[in-house]
Design a protein around this ligand. Structure first.
Ligand code: GUN
Length: 281
């Protein structure tokens, strides 16, 4: 079997075109949607991600501001910056790029962003709403994963979804969104015993563990849908958490890296920002 590729780049492009016209209409009739991104320090990966987010905003016609802070900034100063953005009427979404320096509490920062501007969907109020299935901002990567599955008309209800990884950004919320779509969900992580026995039982396998080529063909049930959320750099080349060449011979569907989940994450951030602006009209 050769897996069908789930092309995130193509879907992201299609969605961004729709968003562009939504933004045009909002800008014309009301006000331009606005996103503020705070970058603390100069981590190269974070700098690259933030640049991509800004470029995507620009292309969609969304007003964006980048606030760069030195990594010596105090927690108090960072929280004061968030307070200012919470009050800024031009700003619909606030994103603090993670990770942040260790001397600042990540949770304090996340909780300071007003839930109505939390386009990352990380605030406990929004996580709670996601769990109860209320409408809210959904975390961008998990939201993008579910959108890709729906676009490919992959049935989720009744399927066994196995999640490898339990981060607050991807693993935990993607399991919750699949549960909301009536999947049966198993979470695996670094302390899971017989992890590879679990992954072999998955109809839908989501891998977000941050280890290059961790999932191999032998770990995948023939015909499974495999979503690779990993972005690793090996010898200067990007690769996911899934051994693409091996797994594509076993899976029915597979996301490439790059060009799979990555472009969807930013698209869903734009979508959340536009949704936020619409609510504020
Ligand atoms: N760092 C890595 N992914 C993300 C994300 O989705 N949002 C934020 N704020 N930081 C990140």
């Amino acid at each position: 079997m050769t897996a069908k590729l789930l092309n995130g780049k193509e879907l992201a492009q299609k969605k961004r075109e729709q968003l562009k016209s939504d933004v045009e209409a909002l800008t014309e009739h009301h006000r331009q949607p606005g996103l503020a991104v705070i970058l603390v320090g100069e981590d190269p990966a974070s700098t690259t991600y933030v640049r991509s987010k800004q470029k995507a905003c620009e292309q969609a016609g969304i007003y964006s501001v980048l606030i760069k802070k030195d990594d010596t900034i105090s927690e108090e100063e960072l929280l004061a910056e968030i307070d200012r953005l919470n009050e800024d009427p031009k700003i619909d979404g606030i994103l603090v790029q993670l990770p942040i320096p260790k001397h600042i509490s990540e949770q304090a920062v996340i909780e300071r962003i007003h839930p109505d501007k939390d386009v990352d969907g990380f605030h406990p109020i929004n996580i709670g709403k996601m769990m109860t299935g209320e409408e809210t901002f959904l975390p961008c990567t998990p939201y993008g994963v579910v959108e890709m599955l729906k676009e490919a008309k992959i049935e989720i209800a009744g399927k066994h979804a196995v999640i490898v990884g339990r981060s607050n950004i991807v693993g935990k919320p993607v399991g919750q969104l699949l549960l909301n779509e009536n999947a049966t969900v198993t979470y695996c992580h670094s302390r899971t015993k017989n992890l590879r026995e679990m992954t072999k039982q998955a109809d839908i396998l989501i891998v977000a563990i941050g280890r290059p080529n961790f999932i191999e063909a032998a770990d995948v049930k023939p015909g499974a849908v495999v979503v690779d959320v990993g972005i690793n750099r090996v010898d200067g080349k990007l690769c996911g958490d899934v051994d693409f060449e091996g797994v594509k011979e076993v899976a029915s569907h597979l996301t490439p890296v790059p060009g799979g989940v990555g472009p969807m994450t930013i698209t869903m951030l734009l979508e959340n920002t536009v949704q936020s602006a619409r609510k504020r009209v």
